[in-house]
Write a protein that binds this ligand. Structure first.
Ligand code: AMP
Length: 194
């Protein structure tokens, strides 16, 4: 099963992707996690990406396309994967199509979590409060100014992907405002019907 999760920051893509990895036995590939790991490790990619990420902007297509191409070639992706946070631009979607075509393994579905944008700021404030309460480090891009920038980036560069995948017939839209379990159940129902 090869899936993409689409939706704005704070829509619950990461939470749902994690839950599905257990059910389907396939990895969650979060480009955000990969880039944060590169930042922490101080690699060349991490150093290049840091300022852009902390400001809530998108890292260049070339960098993320290369990271994903390398990652989906690993053995644990042989039965599929869930892409969380990639593609985020139409050129990334086209690059992914080419990668999958070359491997002879097409996408099964694109799951879009539809959420009311007004609720996202509240969700992210909760995530920050929970991280602080657990003694964790708050992501620089979860701070209000950077988060607002991420929403602008989403609207301008990522939202057009819905129309892109609608036109390929792969888009499945799910109400992401329901509670976590209800959203998972709806996704599972959608995937079972494929
Ligand atoms: P996320 O954890 O998915 O919210 O991603 C955190 C940040 O990593 C984003 O705000 C971007 O700066 C960067 N990032 C993650 N995935 C991508 C992508 N597919 N394209 C460009 N930048 C990305």
């Amino acid at each position: 099963m090869r899936l993409i999760f689409l939706g704005p920051p704070g829509a619950g893509k990461g939470t749902q992707a994690k839950l599905l990895t257990e059910k389907y036995g396939i990895p969650q590939l979060s480009t955000g996690d990969m880039l944060r790991a590169a930042k922490e490790a101080g690699t060349e990619i991490g150093l290049k990406a840091k300022a852009v990420m902390d400001a809530g902007q998108l890292v260049s297509d070339d960098i993320v396309n290369a990271i994903v191409a390398e990652r989906i070639d690993l053995d644990d992706c042989s039965n599929g994967f869930i892409l969380d946070g990639y593609p985020r631009t139409v050129p990334q979607a086209i690059a992914l199509e080419k990668m999958l075509q070359d491997k002879g393994c097409p996408l099964d579905a694109v799951i879009e979590l539809k959420v009311d944008e007004g609720a996202l700021m509240g969700r992210i404030e909760n995530r920050v409060a929970e991280t602080i309460a657990a003694g964790g480090k708050v992501r620089a891009d979860d701070m209000p100014e950077a988060f607002k920038k991420r929403l602008v980036e989403y609207r301008e560069k990522t939202a057009p992907l819905s129309a892109h995948y609608e036109s390929t017939g792969q888009l499945k839209t799910i109400d992401g405002m329901a509670d976590v379990k209800a959203v998972t159940a709806e996704i599972e129902k959608t995937l079972a019907a494929l």
